[in-house]
Design a protein around this ligand. Structure first.
Ligand code: MTE
Ligand code: MO
Length: 168
């Protein structure tokens, strides 16, 4: 059941985007995020590279939440994993996320898409320095959905995110 939900969710996302035949722009600044694996839209050598301007040009989402890593209610802003995966035409069933510090986590695709999780690039309106767990941080709306407050989801809240690989 879970696998079917994942496929349905992500295939649907990919299909709506490919109808618009979106070409991915090429990064001109420093590449901060690479998405590879089972994706239809690439911009260099079979992968999708993003600089910060490309991520910020996409529709943004924001929410306020308490987290185990920040003080008090904190506002996170970024691009939803749903929108980002639509943009690259993701069709995988699972995703491996890796960080600048070589931390690697398997992110549950269905939960990431359906919960409204984002790749955050701003905290309380300011860009996130690497020493503050930036520049990109997978963040879940824990306050909106208390069931997300579980160790399995905390472990998927990858800070210093650098790469996501879609697995078939
Ligand atoms: N980049 C990166 N993100 C990470 C981790 C990490 O070591 N590096 N640890 C994960 C795990 S397993 C959990 S439970 C939480 C750990 O947060 P804590 O170290 O503040 O308890 O962040 C997650 N995100
Ligand atoms: Mo953890």
């Amino acid at each position: 059941m879970a696998a079917i939900l994942m496929l349905a969710g992500v295939a649907g996302v990919g299909a709506s985007q490919s109808a618009a035949a979106q070409e991915l722009a090429k990064p001109t600044g420093e590449v901060v995020l690479t998405i590879d694996g089972a994706i239809a839209n690439t911009n260099v050598d079979g992968r999708a590279d993003f600089d910060m301007a490309m991520l910020m040009a996409m529709p943004s989402a924001r929410f306020r939440t308490v987290t185990p890593w920040t003080d008090g209610a904190t506002e996170f802003e970024g691009v939803t994993i749903k929108d980002l995966f639509a943009a690259v035409g993701a069709s995988g069933k699972a995703v491996k996320a890796s960080a600048l510090n070589d931390y690697i986590a398997d992110v549950d695709l269905e939960t990431a898409v359906s919960s409204g999780a984002i790749i955050a690039y701003r905290i309380n309106g300011a860009e996130i320095s690497v020493r503050d767990k930036g520049p990109l941080w997978i963040m879940f709306p824990f306050d909106d959905k208390p069931q997300l407050r579980a160790e399995t989801i905390y472990s998927q809240s990858v800070w210093q995110l650098r790469k996501m690989t879609l697995l078939k």
